[in-house]
Design a protein. Structure first.
Length: 448
């Protein structure tokens, strides 16, 4: 019987039928697995869009909800970088698996083609299928109904995040590193941005000056904008109430520092509005009980930091002190804001210029005029006095650097093609200077 030809043919037929059944079962299993993976990829893609497109009102609703799906969803909403890493990893795995299964299923029908051509055809077929059914359509549906997708996918995504945590952590960390590098490479310095504004001819001059003020805002120190000590209006703590009211009326300020004995001992700030209920009181009124504590800041403090402090403390004035604790001047919130928007004038402010033009080459400047403003007014290079000015910042400071001591009235000095004549001097400072341009100075680059 072993050599019976009929028996051998029967065994061969049974093996062929079994092989056919096993091949068909493998193909069906591959097709089913591929479809399931595509559905999973579609759900993951839709979940990413649903979580990222949820609005503020929907987030409030989730925070109020006590459902476990809501609490789980909030974990991904609060950490979107982890969600992006997880969905990227899952879809990468899904797409690779679907592509492999598709190649297995189509290998036999396309066996008559050259292997390279077969691979190209498989890629051409599977790419639009994945794009349409796993990317475009799921994302469109997710935007229309994000709540449903979030509620359905929160728990599965949480489970997958636990399983894939080492890989998603690595991807999220590298994503953050790449983002930081991109932002670092795309960032420009303040000097570059300032140059762009200078070179851009479009826009009003006031707008360009405001942009420049914003750019330079973080680099300006309090000492550059403060009202210096010699120009401060303050009240001595022992002055009678009648004299206090007189000084307030003459100054026109709404806040005035109060000192004891000397300006270096500022006791507080007197707010004029606090005095209004007591203006009719007699001279014996104890007005010192109304002063508020002063806010002290060092000369080198940046004005952007000071502005934040004043806003937090709901304060409008700060006393500037030097390294020894002595009073250097005062600065107000208005002074800080004017660095951006320019001079702010009210109906009580008088128009006052820092200089008077005598003729084409002769001017009279106040001694306190900053050298930078002086150069701007005369349209000359701001570095022309760099060697002579030393640490000084004002026109009076420049003359003091050249003289070495307080000059006499009508004393003359020459520097960098200019002749400076001291017109007015009080006991401590130069108040007025006549400037004569002897030779044509190199003009500064004009704004276009």
């Amino acid at each position: 019987m072993e050599n019976d030809p009929y028996t051998q043919e029967t065994v061969a037929d049974i093996q062929a039928i079994g092989s056919c059944f096993s091949t068909d079962a493998a193909l069906i299993a591959a097709i089913v697995a591929g479809v399931l993976l595509m559905i999973a990829a579609a759900l993951v893609s839709g979940s990413k869009v649903a979580f990222l497109s949820i609005n503020t009102q929907q987030i409030r609703t989730l925070r109020k909800s006590k459902k476990i799906t809501a609490r789980t969803a909030l974990k991904f909403i609060d950490k979107p970088e982890e969600l992006l890493a997880l969905t990227s990893v899952l879809n990468c795995i899904n797409y690779v698996a679907v592509a492999i299964l598709f190649m297995y299923v189509t290998r036999q029908p396309l066996s008559f083609l050259h292997p390279a051509l077969c691979l190209v055809l498989q890629v051409v077929i599977i790419t639009p299928i994945l794009l349409v059914f796993c990317e475009v359509m799921p994302k469109m549906l997710a935007r229309q109904n994000p709540d449903g997708i979030i509620g359905f996918m929160s728990i599965p995504l949480l489970i997958m995040s636990k399983i894939m945590k080492p890989l998603t952590f690595f991807v999220a960390r590298n994503n953050r590193h790449v983002e930081l590098q991109i932002h670092k490479n795309q960032s420009i310095s303040m000097d570059e941005l300032s140059d762009v504004i200078e070179e851009n001819p479009t826009g009003l001059m006031s707008e360009r000056e405001m942009l420049k003020g914003i750019i330079e805002f973080g680099n300006i120190e309090v000492s550059e904008i403060m009202c210096p000590r010699v120009d401060m209006v303050a009240i001595e703590s022992k002055e009678p109430f009648e004299q206090v009211l007189k000084k307030i009326t003459e100054s026109g300020y709404s806040r005035i520092p109060v000192y004891t004995d000397t300006f270096d001992q500022i006791s507080g700030i007197l707010y004029i509005k606090d005095l209004l209920p007591y203006v009719n009181n007699k001279n014996g009124f104890k007005w010192m009980t109304l002063i508020r504590p002063p806010h002290f800041v060092p000369e080198n403090k940046k004005i952007n930091e000071l502005l934040e402090e004043l806003q937090m403390q709901k304060n409008h004035m700060a006393i500037v002190v030097d390294e020894y604790g002595g009073t250097s001047g005062l600065v107000t919130m208005e002074d800080i804001i004017e660095m951006i928007v320019g001079d702010i004038s009210d109906e009580f402010d008088e128009e006052e210029s820092d200089f008077t033009r005598v003729d084409e080459n002769t001017y009279i400047f106040k001694g306190k005029t900053l050298l930078s403003d002086f150069c701007d007014e005369l349209e000359i290079d701001s570095e022309i006095f760099a060697e002579a000015q030393g640490e000084s910042e004002s026109l009076a400071g420049l003359i003091l650097e050249m003289k070495g001591e307080l000059p006499r009235k009508n004393e003359r000095f020459e520097c960098c093609g200019f002749e400076f004549t001291v017109l007015e001097v009080d006991r401590r400072r130069i108040t007025s200077v006549k400037v004569h341009r002897k030779i044509a100075a190199e003009p500064a680059p004009a704004d276009q």
